[in-house]
Ligand binder design. Structure first.
Ligand SMILES: Cc1cc2nc3c(=O)[nH]c(=O)nc-3n(C[C@H](O)[C@H](O)[C@H](O)COP(=O)(O)O)c2cc1C
Length: 161
């Protein structure tokens, strides 16, 4: 079965709630979802996944240091994440507080790994992934779920055999 890692950092629980919704979307698309805090993510987890969806709180308009640590550690496995499907989600305090640049910082690292990144076509979500301002409301959780579904569906199409 196609495996999708949903890895997140969350200090006050907002991004964690989004992660649960993203993982439910992965499962509803018929893939296996691994929901993990970034603190517990290893390079082997990244290699073992067909899709990797990363959630970070918006910190100074960028991914948090805890999320960056996963990418910094993944330099050791450059080349091994090629063509895996990636996506991002974030929670920020304010609507214009840098949530989109945070998503782009995650997608940028994924592109450097030659991953295939998935955006968000919905007007209700962010163009570059799912966004919550503070705690995710029901509509946002639905957007998160749809992001998980899109990643899982594409990972299934790209999976060998
Ligand atoms: C170190 C730090 C930096 C932050 N920087 C921003 C920021 O640039 N823009 C913003 O809108 N919110 C910022 N916030 C607020 C968080 O993004 C926001 O509270 C978010 O919902 C926290 O997610 P969490 O509950 O998953 O930890 C910052 C919070 C912290 C602790």
């Amino acid at each position: 079965m196609v495996k999708v890692l949903v890895a997140y950092h969350s200090r006050t629980g907002n991004t964690a709630k989004m992660a649960e919704a993203v993982a439910s979307g992965v499962r509803s698309a018929g893939a296996e979802a691994f929901l993990k805090k970034v603190e517990n993510v290893t390079n082997d987890d990244l290699i073992a996944s067909d899709g990797i969806i990363i959630g970070s709180p918006t910190y100074y308009g960028l991914m948090s240091a805890e999320v960056k640590k996963v990418f910094d550690g993944s330099a050791e496995i450059r080349g091994q994440l090629e063509n895996k499907v990636g996506a991002a989600f974030t929670s920020s305090a304010s609507a214009d507080g840098g949530n989109q640049t945070t998503l782009l910082s995650v997608l940028q690292a994924m592109l450097i790994h030659a991953m295939i990144v998935v955006g968000d076509p919905m007007d209700s979500g962010g163009h570059y992934g799912a966004i919550a301002v503070g705690s995710p409301e029901a509509e946002c959780r639905e957007t998160c779920k749809m992001l998980g579904e899109r990643v899982a569906r594409l990972a299934k199409r790209l999976a060998p055999g």
